[in-house]
Design a protein around this ligand. Structure first.
Ligand code: UT7
Length: 330
């Protein structure tokens, strides 16, 4: 039988804006309290990108630069950049193209992948395919979002949750079974009505009316999304475990999308997973959409060792959801 090639992560990078938006700041902006936000979401502060003229690409470029340095890969060695984002620098061209150009990755092509909060998970699954097939040897996967650009800071239902940030990984081939081992991905457009942005697309292009009516912001029916998220995260986590005859005890780190601490806790409880195996940074960054998973990998990198079993799970707008079993490679 022909030997399988795996796509392993050889470097992780992150970039976060310096400016913090704390719960105390939000108390002065909308009718809310630190106690409510902490209890209902687990979030204490988020980062906000305030660099004039900078968007998701600015953060993604910096995160990827760091990932490349850690992997010992020069920009011009890159074959492909897949950028997961819901807040691209511009509707077109793709933010991946802008990042590739800014980095001097002149031999790489790239594209953006949008799957709301699952953008990075989908992008990692897609990027891995190019390595597993032998087509490419150096693939970058970026998750970057400037959520502050699509949040209404007068809407307490959404402005307390989201933050800005970016993370990135480099994928390279491995003959050893390391890296992306398996994944399940799902989507269901029936969920669109509960979490979306109404205007700015081709259905409803930008106009004076759309701006006046605040239609360029995230719209979310939180309670409904919450219920689906708990069910979807559990479904994806259990599916990956079952397909690979793994149990929660086999996992070294559970890496969930950081949308709400109560969603994460409910999922971990249903999986029978102890608290010390859960990657958490929601308290410091809030929900950074495409960046939550790579930011967790970055924050927990030092505690990981070669061969550790990680389970990445996410749920978001679309609806989109899924899970991935990863074996840490270093
Ligand atoms: O990442 C993409 C996927 N997104 C998610 O997974 C998010 C899922 N949803 C959530 O995380 C939660 O639904 C929220 C954090 C958005 C909201 O929490 P909740 O526990 O579902 O609150 P709720 O919307 O049911 O509101 C409960 C109460 C309401 O008051 P009444 O009607 O009970 O008097 C709200 O008006 O809390 C009130 N409320 C607030 N109070 C203080 C809602 N937002 C706030 C707030 N501060 N920021």
């Amino acid at each position: 039988m022909e030997k399988k090639t795996y796509a392993k992560i050889t470097g992780v990078g992150a970039w976060l804006p310096e400016t913090k938006l704390t719960n105390a700041d939000l108390e002065t902006m909308v009718e809310t309290t630190d106690a409510w936000i902490s209890e209902r979401t687990g979030i204490k502060e988020r980062r906000i990108l305030r660099v004039p003229g900078a968007g998701a690409g600015y953060m993604g470029e910096r995160a990827l630069q760091q990932a490349l340095e850690k992997a010992g890969v020069a920009p011009d060695e890159l074959d492909l950049v897949v950028c997961g984002t819901v807040t691209p620098d511009m509707p077109f061209p793709a933010t991946a193209n802008l990042i590739t150009h800014a980095l001097g990755a002149k031999n790489a092509w790239g594209f953006d992948l949008q799957a709301a909060c699952c953008s990075f998970l989908y992008a990692l699954a897609v990027g891995a395919q190019f390595v597993e097939t032998g087509r490419y040897r150096k693939v970058a996967v970026v998750g970057t979002d400037k959520m502050s650009s699509i949040i209404d800071y007068q809407d307490r239902n959404t402005c307390i949750i989201f933050g800005d940030g970016a993370g990135a990984v480099v994928l390279e081939p491995s003959e050893e079974p390391l890296g992306v081992m398996d994944f399940v991905l799902y989507s269901d457009g029936a969920g669109a009505e509960y979490l979306h942005m109404k205007a700015g697309g081709s259905r409803m292009p930008a106009s004076h009316d759309t701006v006046e009516n605040k239609l360029h912001y995230v719209y979310q029916e939180g309670k409904t999304v919450f219920k689906h998220a708990v069910a979807g995260m559990e479904q994806a986590a259990l599916a990956v475990l079952e397909r690979n005859a793994l149990s929660a005890a086999d996992l070294d780190l559970f890496v969930p999308h950081q949308a709400n601490l109560r969603i994460i806790d409910a999922t971990a409880k249903r999986m029978g997973l102890p608290k010390e195996k859960i990657a958490l940074n929601i308290e410091r960054y809030g929900n950074t959409t495409s960046a939550t998973l790579p930011l967790c990998l970055y924050d927990y990198e030092k505690s990981l060792k070669k061969g550790d079993n990680l389970l990445l799970v996410s749920f978001g707008g679309g609806f989109t959801w899924g899970g991935m079993w990863l074996k840490w490679a270093y």
